[in-house]
Write a protein that binds this ligand. Structure first.
Ligand code: GH3
Ligand code: MG
Ligand code: MG
Ligand code: MG
Ligand code: MG
Length: 306
């Protein structure tokens, strides 16, 4: 088992954040007081404003009172389960009713647990710990599943999902968009001369250069294959693309990675760059970028073809 998973399983609460929606002020104060010792707790007595506050707070777990006059806990839970930033969060209901019908309604709207009132804090704490641990482990695993283990940029799986999402007709972007495919020059020779470990180091360094250069928060870098990367630059036109390309070549040159078996004596990149005016699908842009990358190689490497 990874040390992270062990750490989560053996830590009583990990300072997790709990968001409570409860219209009864006395119950809310009691919850804040009792859970506040072990968790970072946020209380909200207005269910109509809860979604907005939750999005801002990004909690690890949500507790909902069932009976609230302005908006019932069940309705609020349905809203949570259809809000992209919140839908995967564990929801625990608090209710004075523990009959079968009420319980079934709670499960049906997607809760992970159900706590009858009056609240028994000793057992509530154990339940919360279990749900929070599962949530933290799930978060960690989903992050790991989309990152490349060597370079820490997004992996091929993440990229494929992004394409699947984006290439559907109704989701196509209506803004200008730039995509680059980048490939390290003579990397086989690099490995042959400097060894595989230094080759790995070089890959990490190139990935870092790309991440630092494409620094807008909508930009992203993915490792496409062995020594090939893809750069996604939404809302970037051909002028912007030229600038980013120049910055990448310059930033890599600054790192002065020696490569005695290449023409210029240091590690360089060849790049194929495509800018699309909307609407566009991305998959054909990758094919186009691949062709341009091939041209860049043919033309002598260490350059970008647009
Ligand atoms: P070109 O300039 O035409 O791109 O030539 P190249 O040698 O870079 O291209 P080629 O496709 O012939 O070789 C790619 C090399 O990348 C071969 C492979 O050993 C190396 N490589 C792929 N993945 C990794 C990795 O994870 N670590 C290391 N160290 N090397 C890798
Ligand atoms: Mg109530
Ligand atoms: Mg090649
Ligand atoms: Mg190469
Ligand atoms: Mg290659």
């Amino acid at each position: 088992m990874s040390s992270f998973l062990k750490h989560v399983l053996n830590t009583p609460n990990s300072g997790a954040k709990i968001f409570i929606v409860e219209d009864d002020e006395i119950t809310l104060q009691m919850l804040l007081h009792n859970l506040g010792k072990d968790y970072h707790v946020i209380g909200c007595n207005n269910p109509l404003d809860a979604i907005r506050q939750m999005k801002e707070a990004q909690p690890d777990l949500i507790m909902l009172d069932m009976e609230m006059p302005s908006l019932s806990g069940l309705e609020l839970c349905k809203q949570i389960k259809t809000t992209p930033q919140l839908e995967t969060l564990p929801v625990v209901f608090l209710t004075g009713h523990d009959d079968k019908e009420t319980q079934l309604k709670c499960w049906e709207v997607g809760c992970v647990d159900f706590v009858p009132k009056p609240i028994v804090f000793e057992t509530l704490n154990y339940r919360l710990q279990t749900h929070i641990k599962l949530k933290l482990i799930t978060d960690r695993l989903s992050t790991l599943a989309m990152l490349d283990g060597l370079t820490n940029v997004y992996n091929r799986r993440y990229l494929e999902n992004y394409l699947k999402e984006h290439d559907v007709q109704e989701k196509r972007d209506y803004q200008v968009f730039t995509l680059m495919m980048l490939d390290i020059d003579y990397f086989k020779r690099y490995n042959d001369r400097y060894g595989h470990q230094q080759g790995d180091e070089c890959l990490r360094s190139v990935a870092q250069v790309l991440s630092k250069t494409a620094a807008r928060n909508t930009d992203f870098v993915a490792r496409y294959g062995g020594e090939e990367f893809i750069l996604m630059l939404p809302a970037t036109d051909d002028k912007g693309a030229k600038l980013v390309s120049m910055n990448i070549h310059q930033a890599l040159a600054k790192r002065k990675h020696e490569h005695a078996d290449s023409e210029v004596g240091r590690v360089t990149l060849s790049v194929g760059c495509v800018t699309a005016v909307a609407p566009h699908a991305i998959t054909p842009m990758i094919e186009e970028a691949d062709k341009l990358l091939y041209e860049a190689k043919q033309a002598g490497r260490n350059q970008t073809r647009f």
